[in-house]
Design a protein around this ligand. Structure first.
Ligand code: LLP
Length: 419
């Protein structure tokens, strides 16, 4: 019988007769040999299929609409390039994501820039690159843009509002509630909109809202549409991102179709029929197309059975920061029977460095490969050098071929900024 965890891996996952996990025709033991562990492994076909699923779901039902990938969920140039090739635009938060979007070959007109604390330097890069939309979060953004936009040029902007929609996700990733640091409440937004409408260098295109992230119920996301509509009639409405992804056996996020259906039902009710709609999926676009491959470094059978791997908080902060639950499997022993309850821990110097707790596994041994599925979103993003950790590579697999699109950091990289 196929291991139930295969459902959580990308579509290209299978198991060889000897019990080794394969992905897009590549065996994980070969990947570990060629690229080392830990490694973030991306099934390129699955990533592309998801991008097309989003694009088709939205534009077949609302032709004047665009999907822009929220780069922050997986800010690798190669991932952004896939999105561009599949016809998507790119949402960027800050100068770094903007520069990598340009390297990925995106048409600058398809870039949407966000941030509640954009610096003058970042806005200068945006204006000079002639990006499509700057999402203004506050008056200071407008002050800076009015200084930066040269005569004869007009920068298109959206205004971010607080939709005052509460969501049922982790508090750290709620953004649409009263008191959020992002965007403006309706009264303040109206004043700023009037100012922008009078500006000779800014073009007031529309409004934006983002309710939060890892939201399973699309009704919570669609609830932002009415507050956006209440701000007035504009050419563009940007409905943000936020759809939840499936991490565990129990997770049941809405499908892309259900999500887009809920947004468009609200749009039909509240927005002008000829408005352009933008959505900005991040997590739900990329999470399911990747997994992280680790090697078991120690197994300690004591008060509990601690299966420790060669990564942890350095490559995945989701468990520590958002209590994210994961599943995992011994990727070279997929046919072995579960034998014990374990806790999968990382290599970092703190007790919060737990990847999966609890987990049923076959009796783990040092040197076993451990694969954690559903790690495409915000893992590479927030990877770090805690305890002198070298951030892992990102490996794309496709049709039996594997290539590192980001290499592993070297020891030298760790000291590359020493003065
Ligand atoms: N648009 C805006 C303006 C956003 O702020 C975000 C995410 C998105 C789109 C994409 O949302 P998604 O579809 O990925 O839910 N570091 C956290 C996630 C923070 C998300 C912030 N904004 C984590 O690791 O869970």
């Amino acid at each position: 019988m196929a291991h139930p965890i295969l459902d959580l891996f990308p579509a290209g996952a299978a198991v060889d007769p000897d019990g080794t996990l394969t992905i897009a025709g590549c065996r994980v033991d070969d990947l570990a040999r060629d690229f080392g562990t830990p490694a973030i492994v991306v099934d390129e076909a699955s990533l592309r299929a998801r991008a097309r699923e989003y694009r088709d779901a939205l534009t077949t039902r609302w032709p004047n609409a665009r999907v822009v990938f929220a780069s922050k969920a997986f800010p690798a140039t190669a991932v952004q390039r896939v999105m561009v090739e599949e016809g998507l635009g790119l949402d960027v938060a800050g100068g770094g994501e903007l520069l990598s979007a340009l390297r990925a070959g995106v048409d600058p007109a398809l870039i949407v820039m966000h941030g509640n604390a954009k610096t003058t330097e970042e806005l200068r890069i945006a204006v000079e690159a002639r990006i499509g939309l700057v999402v203004v979060d506050n008056e200071d953004d407008v002050d800076r843009l009015e200084q930066l936009v040269p005569p004869g040029v007009v920068q298109r902007v959206l205004v971010r509002i607080v939709p005052e929609v509460a969501s049922s996700t982790h508090p750290h990733v709620q953004t649409g509630q009263v008191g959020s640091k992002f965007g403006l409440t309706a009264a303040a937004a109206r004043i700023l909109i009037a100012r922008i409408e009078a500006s000779p260098v800014l073009d007031m295109r529309g409004v934006h809202a983002h309710v939060g992230s890892q939201i399973m119920d699309p009704a919570e996301l669609a609830a932002a549409v009415a507050p956006l509509a209440a701000l007035g009639t504009f050419p563009v409405y940007d409905l943000g991102g936020g759809l939840g992804a499936r991490y565990t056996y129990d997770d049941r996020p809405a499908s892309v179709d259900e999500y887009v259906g809920a947004l468009l039902a609200a749009a039909q009710e509240h927005l002008p029929a000829d408005a352009e709609l933008i959505i900005e999926p991040g997590r739900s676009m990329v999470n399911g197309s990747a997994f992280t491959l680790y090697t078991v470094t120690t197994v300690k059978r004591d008060a509990r059975t601690f299966v420790a791997v060669d990564g942890g908080m350095g490559d995945n902060l989701e468990a520590a920061m958002y209590d994210q639950r994961y599943e995992a499997a011994l990727a070279g022993r997929m046919h072995d029977e579960d034998a014990e309850d374990v806790v999968v821990v990382g290599r970092h110097c703190e007790s919060g460095d737990v990847l999966v707790d609890p987990l049923r596994l076959p009796a783990a041994r040092v040197g076993d490969l451990l694969a954690v599925p559903a790690t495409g979103a915000y893992t590479h993003t927030m990877a770090n050098n805690y305890n002198g950790y070298r951030r892992p590579p990102v490996v794309f697999v496709r049709d039996g071929e594997a290539r590192a699109v980001i290499r592993r950091e070297t020891w030298e990289d760790l000291f590359g900024r020493d003065a």
